[in-house]
Ligand binder design. Sequence first.
Ligand SMILES: Cc1cc2nc3c(=O)[nH]c(=O)nc-3n(C[C@H](O)[C@H](O)[C@H](O)COP(=O)(O)O)c2cc1C
Length: 369
Amino acid sequence: MSKIRKIFGLFYRYILKPFFFLFDPELVHDRVTFLGEFLGRFSLTRFLLSKIFVYKHSMLEQQILGINFPNPVGLAAGFDKDAWLARIIPSVGFGFEEVGSVTGKPCKGNEGKRLWRLKKSKGLVVYYGLKNEGAKKVADRLFKFKLRTPLGVSIAKTNDQETVSEEEGINDYIKAYLEFRNRNIGDYFTVNISCPNTFGGEPFTDPSRLDRLLLKLRETGEGDSTPFFLKLPAELPRSQIDKIIEVAKKHKIEGLICTNLAKSRDNKNIKDEVPNVGGMSGRVVGEMSDDLIAYIYQRVGKQFVIVGCGGIFSAEDAYRKIKNGASLLQLITGLIFEGPQLIGEINEGLVKLLKKDGYKNISEAVGTK
Ligand SMILES: Cc1cc2nc3c(=O)[nH]c(=O)nc-3n(C[C@H](O)[C@H](O)[C@H](O)COP(=O)(O)O)c2cc1C
């Protein structure tokens, strides 16, 4: 089957991608979502797609926090904000998906153009401003689906003036959380404290505010054993990361996602003109993500599940993050630049790399750099 993936890869790289790249990125994304949702409705299309895209191997299977991951490659938050694609995700080869970020109230996001491609830098500039249909609608949608792979739900606070105060901000996270928790949706929750494009900045990267947010979330969720992850920004000073780790430990957060989008324009990996607004993905954030994974793993080892996210375009990129300390991986930009067969290519490549290094399961390679 790897032959079919190779052929699809050529088709994507030389025909589909150049065609897609003629149009506005948000328009293409919306059309692809529409198509993906349609194909996800039927068992026949799901089956046929899985024959092309899925690569399975027992070396890639892990049980983490009681969740069975068929492979370590997940779709990162932001591509499927409103969970339209949840049914098709396993057929494209992903081992899990994170929907959202979803907020307490529906949010239209920022006005005007809000997604750009950085062709030379292999990245995107994202300025959506947490566009999403709101927690209730997304939970209603997911409630109807029977999903085959683990689902993470990324929650954030609504991007509007009303949630700028700390209290209202916390209430909004809780509102979003409860919509899912009350209907038992989600294998894990991610608290997104690092959306770069919102009113009032990123208040909950401040350790004492984060402490209060997590306290309230944990109090609200008493009795709920669903794991909680925290999504970290790419560019915080290490001293602040240390404090966030302490707060995360205090509230028994199970996982850390490294990382969200990069903000600083002072970055050697930027090779295109970039707009003044928005956060950057792909190669622009890849090294920062690698470094933060390694830093956190060296400090806390396996106390947290580390999810490596940022700039994964190949099995080698994925393996580097695993060796740095990541147990799971997430991506978006690689999917857009390389095509959906990339997921199977990464998984197949990972098995080869693991075998070469003499490992029997991917979990043995975590943190072995
Ligand atoms: C179009 C787009 C929208 C995103 N929206 C979100 C979001 O809503 N919540 C979030 O936590 N991260 C969001 N992100 C960040 C990604 O989840 C990820 O952290 C980042 O893109 C780095 O991974 P990549 O290089 O594989 O794209 C978004 C990224 C992209 C490209």
